[in-house]
Design a protein around this ligand. Structure first.
Ligand code: ADP
Ligand code: MG
Length: 460
């Protein structure tokens, strides 16, 4: 009897289970469909509704953008004072000296120069003086034609109607610029940012002409602010250009961790809701950036990306955990762009190292093993084959770029060799392959061809 009761109970339970297996999900599904329909019917439903409402961390994203010019610059009072004093004569109608500003990346050169130009223009307006300013990033505009066009536009609104964007002889553009400058009058302050790129791409002729322009002008003046990350850049200049350009010069020193922290505190107040960022985050970002030659841009990027990740994960507070995540993302991006911009030969060498399962301890490979796979890829993909010696140099370069580790090992009487392994993690490799069609094709085809295992078998 007991047994029968037990069996019946079990059967009943079983039936219930089967029933609920079908019935409950079905009920849930129905409820889901109904609520979806209801949602879709509601007019206010928009995919961005949730996202917009979720702006819990950021108050003003703009304040962290790389182009944002803050109203104050902690730790740059002296530099601002110096530049302002040099430019001051413009307000009395006299030509200020040309200035060269040096300093490593992220030391505030661009932002401070733009800030001072904005300030002098607004002061000139209230004083009824005529001051024009132009900002030219020489990484983007580095031909004499482009530079003159940019300056011309600041003098005259109808410049584009008069002068085509290309095609004229440069001396013709130059004389229209003189004409327009005198017609308009006033003082032009021209920022030539990343001026070293201009000189390395187009030589210093344009600087010679620009710095000589004043002697041809009657009713106007021009003064230049050159900005460079590279202090050696003046050594490439013609001595006359060097002395004309560098009438005044100043250097922006790198920030230390505390100074960067003050900069971050100022920006965080503008960019985030109160209490949305753990103060530890600011010190952590600053100390990381201080390690990288006091780069305030790096610190601001780290802070912005940390906050973006935290927000995407639905958090209300940015904690240090998110800075580590942001560092990972930034490193991934760096490795990815480093690999995708490698020239062909280093790329093929790197592909060989990625493909090889080395025969030495921990899967390390010798130069010979890398070279064997390298030759295979060259043959299959019609790439010019270099000698083992030259591939050896490429291996050293990849090592210096931090993509691989190449450790020199002594083999006693047989001389020395290198044990080579990848220095980046598998997920970074995958990420880089996703971004590089050539590399991913090489890896896929060689792996599928089965050639590799035969070579490796031969080697072992
Ligand atoms: P550089 O031109 O020297 O490479 P930037 O002027 O582009 O550096 O500065 C990098 C970032 O750091 C910019 O967002 C800038 O606004 C910010 N920054 C640099 N110095 C300061 C400072 N003293 N106060 C506030 N923000 C700063
Ligand atoms: Mg800059």
């Amino acid at each position: 009897m007991e047994n029968l009761a037990l069996k019946t109970k079990k059967r009943l339970l079983g039936t219930l289970c089967i029933y609920s297996w079908f019935a409950i999900p079905k009920a849930l599904l129905m409820a889901g469909v109904l609520s979806m329909e209801k949602k879709q019917k509601s007019e206010k439903n928009n995919v961005f509704d949730m996202l917009v409402r979720e702006e819990r961390i950021f108050k003003n994203r703009e304040a962290l953008a790389s182009t944002y010019i803050p109203p104050e610059f902690p730790h740059r009072d002296n530099e601002i004072n110096d530049v302002a004093n040099i430019l001051k004569p413009a307000l009395y109608g006299a030509r200020p000296s040309n200035i060269l500003i040096y300093g490593q990346t992220g030391t505030g050169k661009t932002a401070v120069a733009k800030f001072i130009c904005n300030q002098i223009v607004s002061k000139a307006k209230t004083e009824g003086k005529k001051i024009h300013t132009a900002y030219i990033n020489c990484k983007q505009t580095n031909t004499p034609y482009g530079i003159l066009t940019n300056i011309g536009k600041t003098y005259s609104k109808d410049w584009e109607d008069k002068v085509p964007n290309a095609g004229w002889r440069i001396d013709k553009v130059y004389s229209v610029l003189k004409e327009k400058a005198d017609e308009n009058g006033g003082i032009a302050i021209v920022i030539l940012d990343e001026i070293d790129t201009l000189v390395s791409k187009s030589g210093d002729d344009i600087l010679y002409h620009l710095t000589g322009l004043n002697s041809d002008l009657n009713n106007s003046k021009i003064s230049l602010i050159g900005i460079s990350n590279d202090t050696r850049f003046t050594s490439w200049l013609d001595p006359r250009v060097k002395s004309r350009m560098g009438e005044e010069s100043l250097t922006f020193a790198p920030y230390n961790a505390l100074q960067i922290e003050n900069i971050l505190v100022q920006r965080a107040k503008m960019a985030f809701h109160e209490g949305a960022v753990d103060p530890l985050v600011l010190s952590y970002c600053s100390s990381r950036a201080a390690l990288e030659h006091g780069d305030a841009r790096k610190a601001l990027d780290l802070l912005r990306i940390s906050a973006e990740i935290a927000e995407r994960e639905g958090q209300e507070i940015v904690t240090v955990k998110y800075v580590s995540k942001a560092e990972n993302v930034m490193e991934h991006d760096l490795v990815r762009s480093l690999i995708s911009t490698l020239p062909l030969q280093p790329k093929v060498t790197l592909a060989s190292i990625i493909l090889n399962r080395g025969s030495k301890e921990n899967g390390q490979q010798t130069t010979g093993e890398v070279y064997n796979t390298y030759r295979l890829i060259c043959k299959r993909f019609n790439v010019e084959q270099l000698t083992q010696r030259r591939v050896g140099h490429i291996i050293s370069e990849l090592d210096m770029q931090g993509l691989i580790n190449a450790k020199v090992v002594s083999l006693g009487r047989q001389g020395r060799t290198r044990y080579i392994s990848l220095a980046i993690e598998q997920n970074q490799v995958d990420n880089a392959l996703d971004n590089d069609a050539f590399l991913s094709r090489v890896i896929k085809e060689i792996k599928m061809s089965g050639y590799l295992s035969s070579i490796q078998l031969r080697l072992i």
